[in-house]
Design a protein around this ligand. Structure first.
Ligand code: SF4
Ligand code: SF4
Ligand code: SF4
Length: 171
């Protein structure tokens, strides 16, 4: 039987190092990206979802509070410097993580993130005390960010992971 600590590990995912910014799909490794990107903002202009904005260094980051990534590749196609490689040329290692602010932890019946996930990557697991806690299946998560803006508690983050998986993979 899964014990409480195991459940917490399932819920919150494995511990991760301080997160790098979430760059658009196809971004070169961070150091190379910073060198190649000249801050032209062509990717931000091209994104039909409106989720690409510039950080303090005028380099693009994804803002999932405004929507989700559809992996349409408009940003990579618009990039004139090669900082964003052709779609699929770079692994997309971004995945969701659910934090302790989740309302379900406190017994509130909320499944908003799971309802928003078209990949079935968030399942709700029953606890002996009657709660249903979200469990993220990283292997199914595409990193699209659709679960972020719908969370009423702001408990869902999307961030790079060490895993190397194909761009936008859904199992
Ligand atoms: S792949 Fe498409 S939706 Fe995703 S960030 Fe790039 S332009 Fe926006
Ligand atoms: S939407 Fe947020 S509060 Fe609701 S179950 Fe998911 S993580 Fe928890
Ligand atoms: S990032 Fe996308 S695929 Fe992953 S859990 Fe959230 S909605 Fe599902």
């Amino acid at each position: 039987m899964t014990n409480l600590l195991d459940r917490r590990a399932l819920l919150f995912g494995r511990s991760r190092p301080a997160a790098d910014p979430v760059r658009p799909p196809g971004a070169l490794p961070e150091a190379a990206f910073r060198s190649a990107c000249d801050g032209c903002a062509a990717c931000a202009t091209a994104c039909p979802a409106g989720i690409v904005r510039l950080d303090g260094g005028r380099r693009p980051i994804l803002d999932f509070s405004q929507g989700e990534c559809t992996f349409c590749a408009a940003c990579t196609e618009a990039c004139p410097t090669g900082a964003l490689a052709a779609a699929g040329a770079r692994p997309w290692t971004v995945r969701a993580a659910i934090g302790p602010a989740c309302l379900a932890v406190g017994g509130v019946a909320c499944r908003s993130c799971g309802d928003a996930c078209g990949s079935g990557a968030i399942r709700f697991s029953p606890c002996p005390d009657g709660r249903f806690l979200p469990v993220l299946r990283e292997e199914a998560c595409t990193g699209c960010g659709a679960c972020v803006s719908v969370c009423p508690a702001g408990a869902v983050a999307v961030r790079p992971t060490p895993a190397v998986l194909p761009l936008g993979r859904a199992s």
